[in-house]
Design a binder for this molecule. Structure first.
Ligand code: NAD
Length: 350
């Protein structure tokens, strides 16, 4: 039986990966210290998800460990002896980072580095998959000329008709402190791959979503938007007329890609992982989509000032993922994803 180590196991992507690999017959070790509750308060508490994993996965072991704790990170990897590592633990919010710069950098940059070095000392042969973000491109995607459509922005430049490729520049652009700490993690994972010939992958996420996200205003766009709709709470739109575009990928499709990579790993590969053009929506369109499902009109207000460094239009070019792993594709439509998130919030409220 193979063993997978998942950091951030109680989070959206971590928990999906735990369940997915458990279903494939792997033994699972999760690392999570519920730091999301420290970052975002009670609404960000992920204990419920940890308990769900403990109840539903037979071979699941939880480790209450902070990835910033270098000494214990160095100890735990040779103890667990994983066959692969999935690293999802992070301070995930663009906006939150400026208020907690040390926590952000120590988690996203140093925590990632602790795990990489601990992995290298244990084995240079095991796949190490890292969740990065499209924020490593900073606000450079905003330099692409846009066209304004009735409910959304889109790229005017034909070169980007399929979205943003992995070759897009990452420097000399405004990232937010979050983007900067994630760049550091992203480059470190690439470097351990190239320098030590380790099978590492860097997945630069667009909007990752799904029913097990503990969505809060500062992180988890669709999950939080659906929750607001259900609770008839006012949602605040920040700038760009509410026409800003995101590509949304269900966490199941992220886990499926990770399965493909771990089965046939490569060295230091970077992938833009999002819903792609077909799974895009603007904030205004998202309001209509959730109202059509719930029957509840969306309450919202508008603030002229956009979030610092926020993308006006971003969607991932999925061609490299499809070329490298032809058995992988998006399986969950945006409407199905909305429905699943909606049903999950309804159940949580009962
Ligand atoms: N959700 C998105 O839209 C999105 C988009 C792009 C990139 N990403 C990246 O994907 C990854 C996973 O995102 P998510 O949405 O699943 O996040 P999440 O917040 O749902 O899960 C992260 C988990 O990590 C844990 N954690 C945080 N700091 C920790 C620490 N120091 N030690 C141990 N555990 C810690 C948290 O408690 C949480 O349960 C992150 O790296 C994030 O930056 C997410």
């Amino acid at each position: 039986m193979k063993t997978l180590l998942v950091t951030g196991s109680s989070g959206l992507i971590g928990s999906e990966v735990c369940v997915h690999f458990a279903n494939l017959g792997w033994k699972i070790h999760g690392i999570d210290n519920n730091q999301r509750a420290v970052f975002f308060g009670a609404a960000g508490d992920t204990r419920w998800n940890q308990h769900r994993l403990e109840k539903t996965i037979k071979d699941y072991t939880h480790h209450e460990l902070d990835i910033r704790d270098r000494e214990n990170v160095l100890k735990i990897i040779p103890e667990i002896k994983p066959d692969a590592i999935m690293h999802t633990a992070a301070q995930p919010s663009h906006d939150k980072a400026a208020a907690i710069p040390f926590d952000d950098f120590d988690t996203n940059a140093v925590g990632t580095f602790n795990l990489l070095e601990a992995t290298r000392r244990y084995s240079t042969q095991i796949p190490f998959v890292h969740m990065s973000t499209n924020k490593v491109y900073g606000d450079a995607p905003n330099e692409i000329p846009l066209i304004e459509l009735p409910t959304r922005w889109d790229y005017a430049d034909e070169k980007y008709k399929n979205g943003i490729p992995e070759t897009f520049r990452i420097d000399q652009t405004k990232h937010s402190l979050f983007g900067a700490s994630k760049v550091s993690g992203d480059i470190s994972v690439q470097e351990y791959g190239r320098y030590f010939n380790m099978p590492t992958a860097i997945l630069r996420g667009g909007c990752l979503t799904g029913p097990n996200h503990t969505g809060v205003e500062l992180h988890g766009f669709l999950s939080y938007l659906v929750k607001c709709n259900l609770e008839q709470k006012e949602y605040t739109v920040f700038g760009y007329k509410g026409k800003q575009v995101r590509d949304n990928i269900h966490s199941y499709d992220v886990a499926r890609f990770i399965e493909e990579f771990i089965a046939a790993p490569r060295i230091a590969e970077v992938y833009n992982i999002g819903g792609g053009k077909n799974n895009t929506c603007s904030v205004l369109e998202a309001f209509d989509m959730i109202s059509a499902i719930s029957g509840i009109p969306m309450k919202w207000n508008y603030q002229e000032e956009n979030r610092i460094g926020d993308h006006i239009c971003y969607y991932s070019d999925l061609s490299k993922m499809r070329n490298h792993y032809p058995k992988w594709d998006i399986t969950k439509s945006l409407t199905d994803t909305f429905k699943e998130i909606y049903q999950a919030w309804v159940l949580k409220k009962q």
